[in-house]
Design a binder for this molecule. Sequence first.
Ligand SMILES: Nc1nc2c(ncn2[C@@H]2O[C@H](COP(=O)(O)OP(=O)(O)OP(=O)(O)O)[C@@H](O)[C@H]2O)c(=O)[nH]1
Ligand SMILES: [Zn+2]
Length: 347
Amino acid sequence: MTPHAVARAIDALRRGWPVAIGPFTLLAIETADAGQLAAFDPGARADVLLSASRAETLKLANQRDAANPGHAVRIERAPWLDFDAGTALADPALDLATPLKGPFRAVPVGDQAAADAALELARIAGVLPAFFVLDAAAADALTPAEIVAFESPAALRIATRARLPVEADERAEIVAFRSAEGGDMHVALILGQPDGHPPLVRLHSECLTGDVLGSLKCDCGPQLHAALGEIAGAGWGILLYLRQEGRGIGLVNKLRAYALQDQGYDTVDANTRLGFHIDARDFRVAARMLQLLGQRRIRLLTNNPNKVAELEKAGVEVVERVPHRVAPNPHNEKYLATKRDRTGHQL
Ligand SMILES: Nc1nc2c(ncn2[C@@H]2O[C@H](COP(=O)(O)OP(=O)(O)OP(=O)(O)O)[C@@H](O)[C@H]2O)c(=O)[nH]1
Ligand SMILES: [Zn+2]
């Protein structure tokens, strides 16, 4: 089995096609439809696999696993649990519009590691962590270890580099990275000229709404532009643009988190309610990019102590943490306060 099999499974999840993991065959609820469910499960026997945090919302409080919202829970199939009911089960953003029926009964999951890996694969694919599940082992089923290994940045390489004049530095250089195993294409922007000092580095996680559309809900856009200015002003440094939209849950799931925030949940609870960790990013990829650029000692522009810790763990020495504050606006004040109070950002 190769990483290609994981890449194929991610593609299948996005298309609503079944995937096989451990002893299970699974159909992602978000991307399937009633016809695909009927073909997958003609006998209407498939149970539903959900995150523990979602199960908790369904009044299955005994399934709660505070340390791991991505822990998989298996819900017994009931006669009324058709495709539409499955969709309502999968998506917490629909709860107000579609009050849930029930009662729901949790049944033994079976292979817990394989079930947890299925939810993790959903996150990587950017779909809701909710499946119809059958106990039907396939010869080419993925193993949990293969899914974990897929996130490893070891296969990352520099694909190409080119001059990119930008507002902050007309002599900047852009470096594109690619992994032999597929995955996301990250880029680095090198500003200024190496001067013998550790570079000032910014790890910027993709935020389509903030970076491109000028969203006022977060601080990403202003942080991105301020970082380019600060790095250029510092002499030299590197901005890593990491394709970790929504702290690693993908654009669609982030926008679901926004829908939950419209209903009153904060950024932390919205993620958890969807069945994801508060921060699902893997910063090993940033360490690997810095290593490929020949940089093992850096100054890091961030308010997030976790970024420092994760880089250090991955072998990059952070000689200094440089705070990266931008002015709040009335729309993101609460978001910034939540980051300070609940995720340990030093604001
Ligand atoms: N899931 C989710 N992601 C969000 C939300 N708001 C912003 N993001 C994403 O969060 C990432 C930016 O992370 P932040 O937590 O704002 O900042 P940070 O990178 O941890 O810390 P700093 O280095 O101090 O800026 C981007 O990928 C955004 O798309 C939200 O409400 N929910
Ligand atoms: Zn943002």
